[in-house]
Design a binder for this molecule. Structure first.
Ligand code: ADP
Length: 308
């Protein structure tokens, strides 16, 4: 028998006043999976996460998190998940170790001393345990936040934009840590804007204006978008970019270093336009694989159009 998913929700809907900010969202996250939750600002990621943690009550929909009913068993859910919000906070005038001891107290952990010691070691914080939280860099603060939300040994981590404002090296270390935790059996749902982070998830879910518009592995999402991309190279790229915009088949034109990426969903029209303008402007063109970023920009464009 296969294990029940860590998260399975159907038709989640949340309205604030007249606005529907989460609109009929259904998703599933398998145990041990790192699931990415992607989408532009204000698309409803935080609200969906709060609905799944049992911190908000949906206007419609149902689901189970770690086998518990999100409507009736939110206390059990809160006990068994770790939730790291965008704006985590600590006592800045307490040390790393004192902050963790405080958190251990909040969870009424039986052997708090051991839990704090093991968590410090697991996250490479032991040698810094006497440093004041307020004096830490962004990357170390974030590591302390992660320590605080895994100390009670949750089975599921919900991370809401955990790496906002953290430098690339610290982000990479953080993701190595997340993969280690997942390899040890933890399920992780993580929201992010960063493309490279989306690519480090086992599966991604893309939400736009409250609606889930794509889900699957990165490859599945890219294939499912049905886009075609050409790369133009040559001496007159700026001229080509101007000429391409608004032409038949062209949905996106974006410079990448010394080349131009041209993306569209109508393969035949795009190819005809690119061939014509490449010839007129004296540039070369070749097909190239569509990137996840191209796909996300296409989703954002489509959703904005739907708003008007
Ligand atoms: P994201 O996490 O994707 O940035 P959010 O879930 O935070 O999106 O927000 C979705 C939308 O819901 C935003 O437009 C936000 O302003 C609105 N919103 C969030 N929380 C509340 C609230 N408590 N009351 C009213 N509007 C809210």
């Amino acid at each position: 028998m296969t294990e029940a998913p860590a998260i399975t929700v159907r038709g989640l809907t949340k309205r604030f006043g007249a606005r529907t900010v989460v609109d009929d969202v259904s998703l599933e996250v398998a145990r041990g999976e790192i699931a990415g939750f992607l989408g532009p600002n204000g698309s409803g990621k935080t609200t969906t996460i709060r609905l799944m943690c049992g911190l908000l009550t949906p206007d419609a929909g149902e689901g189970r998190v770690l086998g518990y009913d999100i409507l009736r068993e939110s206390i059990a859910i809160k006990r068994e998940i770790g939730y790291m919000t965008q704006r985590f906070s600590f006592y800045e005038d307490l040390t790393i170790e004192e902050n963790l001891r405080f958190v251990a107290g909040l969870y009424s952990l039986k052997d708090a001393r051991t839990a704090v010691r093991e968590t410090l070691e697991d996250l490479g914080l032991a040698s810094r345990r006497h440093q004041l939280a307020g004096a830490l860099s962004g990357g170390w603060k974030q590591r302390l936040a992660l320590a605080a939300c895994i100390m009670h040994r949750p089975r599921l981590l919900m991370l809401d934009e955990p790496t906002a404002g953290v430098d690339p090296k610290a982000r990479r270390d953080f993701w190595d840590e997340i993969h280690q935790l997942a390899a040890d059996g933890l399920t992780v749902l993580v929201s992010t804007h960063y493309m490279d982070e989306a690519e480090r998830c086992h599966r991604i879910n893309y939400i736009s204006y409250g609606k889930l518009v794509a889900r699957g592995t990165v490859d599945e999402v890219v294939k499912g978008a049905g886009l075609v991309t050409y790369v133009l190279e040559g001496p007159r790229l700026a001229q080509a970019a101007r000429a391409l915009r608004g032409q038949a088949g062209v949905d996106q034109v974006a410079p990448f270093g010394n080349s131009l990426h041209v993306v569209g969903s109508d393969a035949a029209a795009l190819q005809a336009t690119v061939a014509r303008i490449a010839q007129e402007t004296g540039n070369r063109f070749d097909p190239t694989p569509t990137s996840l970023e191209d796909v996300f920009i296409q989703f954002m464009g489509a959703s904005t159009d739907n708003m008007s």
